[in-house]
Design a binder for this molecule. Structure first.
Ligand SMILES: C[S@@+](CC[C@H](N)C(=O)[O-])C[C@H]1O[C@@H](n2cnc3c(N)ncnc32)[C@H](O)[C@@H]1O
Length: 234
């Protein structure tokens, strides 16, 4: 379990460094004439933009590279969250769209949305959606997950990085209704203890529900987010 997680982190780090190595070299040699691009996932609040453009929008460098969740892990994530026909599911950082597509095909969600900052991933997901036969219930949005509105979610799925989960936690606590289920492949939420942890062929899946404000559970989740959630008094 730990070994798989270490390999994943190493892979992401290597891929990310490879993707950004041109930028780093350029920054070193041209520091005084060009702004340095944000290459650090932990620094994703930076407003530096990349040359990715789509539908007139300019989006910044992804916080984490694309690595798909294996199919059996997708099934475990959707099963542990008891995903079903009343649900509105969002996959934050949706890659090739496999999670919202399967949630609609096999688990019959009312609506599935994938959000990805990378327009290439959105193109792939839309191509996959065309052949999946669930286009009436699934959509893909080329947006930054930290800026997106997913407040109508009843289920949120994640496969990001530990620091990104923690960065996202205040938004999850502020924006989502109590009872919304959160499932994360591979990465936890620091001191916010999951209600369930599964081992799926060496991959870890974590499950939480958003607590009601004013409860001890909410205070614990808020503390894990660095106190970034809404006040526990409202
Ligand atoms: C590890 S992949 C997970 C893909 C998919 N959720 C899965 O489990 O198969 C992470 C995805 O997040 C996307 N991503 C990275 N930073 C993002 C951001 N700030 N907003 C939206 N998507 C982002 C990447 O482009 C990539 O497709």
């Amino acid at each position: 379990m730990k070994y798989g997680r270490t390999i994943y982190l190493l892979t992401l780090t290597l891929c990310f460094n490879a993707a950004c190595s041109g930028t780093s070299a350029q920054s070193t040699t041209q520091q005084t004439t060009q702004p340095q691009q944000n290459a650090s996932p932990a620094n994703s609040n930076a407003t530096t933009t990349t040359n990715q453009t789509t539908a007139g929008k300019q989006l910044r460098t992804p916080d984490v590279v694309y690595v798909p969740t294996p199919d059996e892990v997708v099934d475990a994530m959707l099963t542990v969250a008891k995903v079903g026909k009343g649900d509105v599911l969002y996959d934050l950082g949706s890659g090739d769209g496999r999670i919202p597509i399967k949630a609609a095909q096999k688990y019959n969600v009312a609506r599935g949305t994938g959000i990805d900052i990378n327009p290439e991933r959105i193109k792939e997901a839309e191509a996959n959606l065309k052949t999946a036969g669930v286009g009436d219930r699934v959509r893909f949005l080329n947006e930054d997950l930290f800026e997106a509105n997913f407040s109508d979610a009843t289920v949120v799925t994640l496969y990001l990085l530990p620091a990104l989960n923690l960065k996202l936690l205040p938004k999850l606590l502020n924006d989502l209704k109590p009872g919304t289920r959160i499932v994360s492949h591979a990465f936890d939420m620091g001191s916010w203890k999951p209600e369930q942890t599964l081992d799926v062929n060496g991959r870890t899946v974590y499950f939480w529900t958003i607590p009601a404000k004013g409860t001890p559970a909410y205070a614990a989740a808020s503390a894990a987010s660095g106190g970034g959630g809404a006040s526990s008094q409202n």
